[in-house]
Design a protein around this ligand. Structure first.
Ligand SMILES: [Zn+2]
Length: 415
C-alpha cells in the first residue's frame, strides 16, 4: 500500500499542533452529537449499562483497535500497541437530576444553545468522554501516538466511590499505565492534584434507664455531643498546605438509639466527613479523632473507617475502604512539562496549572497506587451536580485537540 504509506508519512513529517486543532474543529459537530447521545442515555451510579453500550458502539465505529468491558462494567478502548501505555479516564456515571423544576428544560433531553451543550452530565463528565472519543478519532486519522498503547476508559460508580473502578482496573485487569490523564472538568486548565478524603464513624455506648430518673443511667447522646464539640475544635487545628489548602473535618450525621423516647439513650454514632491535605493519612486522621474523644472525656469511643460495598451493574461487589488519599503530581514532572508544551502548541496560550476542589479517580490511581496522574477537562466544575449543567462546545474541541496533541508530544512526533 505505497500510497497510504506516503500519505501517512507526509502527515507526520509536516503535522503541527495547529493541524490537530483544525482537524478537531472540522469534527466539532460530531463531537457535539456524541455528547448529546451520552446525555440522553441516563447513567446513574451502578446503573451505567446502557451508556456503556453506547460508548462501545462509538469506539467501534471510530475504529478503536480493541473495545472491551471489565468485571465492574467499565469500558476500555485501546488505540495502538506500543510499549508505553498512557490512559485517559472519564467516569461516565452521573448524579441524579435533583429538583427538576430548577432546570430550564429536561435534564436528559440534550440542548445545543449559546455555544454550549446542556444536560445532566455534560460537565461531570460526559463532556470529557466525548472529547476523549474525538481525540481517539484524531489519533486514528493523523496516525498519532507511535510507540504508545493508549487506553480510553469510561469508568463506573465514581460518583458513589471515587477510585473503586480504577482499583479494579489496576488490581484485577493488571492495567498499569505510566500516566493517566483524568478528563474531569477543569475549565480547560491543567490540574495536578486535589485533597483526599475519608469517612469515619465514632460510636459511643451509654446505659439506658427510665427517663424519669436519668441519674441512674449514662446518656450516650451527651457523650457524643461532647465529642462533636471537640471535632469542631479539631477542625480549627488541622494543618494547611500552600497548594492543596487546609484539611477539614465535620460531623455530617448523628444517629442515636434508645429503648424508648422515655429512656436515656444507650447508643450514639457520629458520621464524619474528613478532607485530607498533604501529609495526612488515614492513620493520622483516626488517631486525631481518637484523641478528640479522649479530650471530651470519652476515651472508650470507637473510631472506625467505613467500607463501600455496593453492587455494580454487572452484579459484582468489590468492597473498598472509604479512604481516598490525597495526591499531587510534582511541579517538576516531565509529564506536566509535556502537557504545558502540548497546551501551548494546540491552544496557543499558556496553561494555568491548578487543582480540583472535589475528589476524582486519582485517589486510587495516584493516591493508592502511585501512578502519575494529571487532568484537563471541558466544562467548569462549578456546574457539576448543579441544575442547568452546560459545557462550552469550544472546550470539547479544545480538549480533544489537547489530548491528541499530548500523545504527539509524548511520542516525540510533535515538539
Ligand atoms: Zn466527576
Amino acid at each position: 500500500m505505497p500510497n497510504a504509506y506516503y500519505h501517512t508519512l507526509n502527515l507526520s513529517l509536516h503535522m503541527t499542533y495547529a493541524d490537530i486543532l483544525a482537524r478537531a474543529r472540522a469534527h466539532e459537530q460530531d463531537t457535539v452529537r456524541m455528547l448529546c447521545d451520552l446525555v440522553r442515555t441516563p447513567s446513574f451510579s451502578s446503573k451505567e449499562k446502557d451508556v456503556i453500550e453506547v460508548i462501545t458502539t462509538m469506539m467501534q465505529s471510530i475504529g478503536f483497535d480493541e473495545v472491551r468491558t471489565d468485571g465492574l462494567g467499565s469500558v476500555i478502548g485501546r488505540i495502538g500497541s506500543g510499549p508505553r501505555t498512557i490512559a485517559f479516564d472519564a467516569h461516565i456515571d452521573t448524579v441524579y437530576a435533583g429538583d427538576v423544576s430548577q432546570w430550564r428544560s429536561d435534564p436528559f433531553t440534550p440542548r445545543v444553545e449559546d455555544g454550549k451543550v446542556w444536560g445532566r452530565g455534560s460537565v461531570d463528565q460526559k463532556g470529557g468522554m466525548a472529547s476523549m472519543l474525538a481525540a481517539g478519532r484524531l489519533m486514528k486519522e493523523l496516525d498519532l501516538g507511535k510507540g504508545l498503547t493508549v487506553l480510553f476508559t469510561g469508568t463506573v460508580m465514581e460518583e458513589d466511590c471515587d477510585g473503586l473502578c480504577w482499583l479494579h482496573l489496576i488490581r484485577e485487569e493488571k492495567i498499569r499505565p505510566e500516566l493517566v490523564v483524568i478528563t474531569e472538568p477543569t475549565n480547560m486548565n491543567i490540574y495536578r492534584g486535589h485533597r483526599g478524603r475519608m469517612e469515619m464513624h465514632v460510636t459511643v455506648k451509654g446505659v439506658s434507664c427510665h427517663g424519669s430518673a436519668p441519674e441512674r443511667g449514662v446518656n450516650a447522646i451527651y457523650k457524643a455531643s461532647r465529642i462533636a464539640l471537640e471535632i469542631e475544635r479539631l477542625n480549627e487545628r488541622l494543618r494547611s498546605d500552600p497548594f492543596l489548602g487546609k484539611g477539614t473535618v465535620t460531623v455530617t450525621e448523628v444517629v442515636t438509639s434508645s429503648p424508648s423516647l422515655c429512656a436515656v439513650a444507650d447508643g450514639a454514632r457520629l458520621h464524619l466527613d474528613r478532607r485530607l491535605t498533604a501529609g495526612e493519612t488515614k492513620e493520622s486522621a483516626i488517631a486525631e479523632v481518637q484523641e478528640a474523644a479522649a479530650r471530651a472525656g470519652v476515651p472508650d469511643a470507637v473510631v472506625s473507617l467505613l467500607t463501600y460495598n455496593e453492587t455494580a451493574y454487572t452484579g459484582k461487589v468489590y468492597p473498598m475502604e472509604k479512604y481516598y488519599p490525597t495526591w499531587t503530581m510534582p511541579e517538576t514532572s516531565p509529564y506536566l512539562k509535556a502537557a504545558v508544551t502540548a497546551y501551548r502548541g494546540v491552544l496557543g496560550r499558556n496553561a494555568i496549572v491548578d487543582k480540583w476542589t472535589f475528589s476524582t479517580n486519582g485517589v486510587a490511581i495516584a493516591g493508592i497506587h502511585g501512578i502519575p496522574c494529571m487532568g484537563l477537562g471541558p466544562g467548569d466544575e462549578v456546574y457539576a451536580h448543579a441544575p442547568n449543567e452546560a459545557t462550552p462546545i469550544e472546550h470539547l474541541t479544545g480538549a480533544a485537540a489537547f489530548y491528541a496533541g499530548l500523545m504527539g508530544t509524548l511520542s516525540g512526533e510533535l515538539q
